[in-house]
Design a protein around this ligand. Structure first.
Ligand code: DX5
Ligand code: ZN
Length: 218
């Protein structure tokens, strides 16, 4: 079944605990936590102390999306701060350093994923497929919420889906950016397992209906 991961970037930061509880009750599966360093992407969001506070306030599965240069520097610390899964961008360092970051996450007993920017080809996941738990395909340029969905990224999703299925592997595919009730079915049809949604969940008062609409069960 499709999993829904509301992105806290679109939540009301002055009421994070209530926002998290609200989407938990609205049947969200995971919470998505966006980390930006102002260098890898042209924006700065949240970091380790915020994640630590969130970890104390919820038992939900926390999916951290590190939009930071050289993620090996911080991967273990995000695990210890409470992430259940840590995603690193393949573009953020040399391949051997990316692999080290993924191994560091595994060493902490957490799940790991690689993330692809829109311009990165699907083959970039191949060196990591035996190591990772998830591939995150960006459907907007990372850095900001509220952008328009890039439907052309679905070819990438389909190619990665084929590679995973051919190996008989359990790796999940997640998409992030511009996912809403109109674009969610396009992602599901292409073979996505996890939908990240910021605006489509947190910028509506009725989160339960929003999440049902994303699942396609409304
Ligand atoms: C963008 C972030 C996304 C963002 C998605 O760089 O990675 O997780 O919060 O927001 P929406 O769903 O509003 O496009
Ligand atoms: Zn994200």
């Amino acid at each position: 079944m499709i999993r829904i991961a509301p992105s806290l970037l679109a939540a009301d930061f002055s009421r994070l605990a209530e926002e998290m509880e609200d989407v938990r009750q609205a049947s969200a599966d995971w919470l998505h936590f966006d980390v930006m360093d102002g260098l890898f992407v042209p924006n700065i969001s949240m970091g380790i102390p915020v994640l630590e506070s969130i970890r104390k306030a919820t038992d939900m599965f926390l999916d951290a999306h590190l939009m930071i240069a050289e993620p090996i520097r911080y991967a273990s610390r995000f695990c210890r701060a409470g992430a259940d899964l840590v995603n690193v961008h393949v573009e953020a360092d040399r391949p051997e350093q990316i692999e080290k970051a993924l191994l560091a996450v595994k060493e902490e007993g957490k799940r790991c994923g690689v993330t692809l920017k829109p311009a990165t080809s699907w083959e970039a996941v191949l060196p990591y497929l035996d190591l990772i738990d998830l591939v995150l395909v960006m459907t907007v340029e990372p850095g900001f919420g509220g952008q328009s969905f890039m439907q052309e990224q679905m070819d990438k999703v389909r190619a990665i889906r084929r590679a995973i299925d051919e190996r008989g592997s359990e790796v999940l595919i997640e998409v992030d950016g511009g996912v809403d009730p109109r674009t969610a079915p396009i992602c599901i049809e292409a073979g996505v397992d996890v939908l990240v949604a910021g605006s489509a969940v947190f910028r509506t008062p009725d989160r339960k209906t929003a999440i049902q609409l994303l699942r396609g069960s409304c």
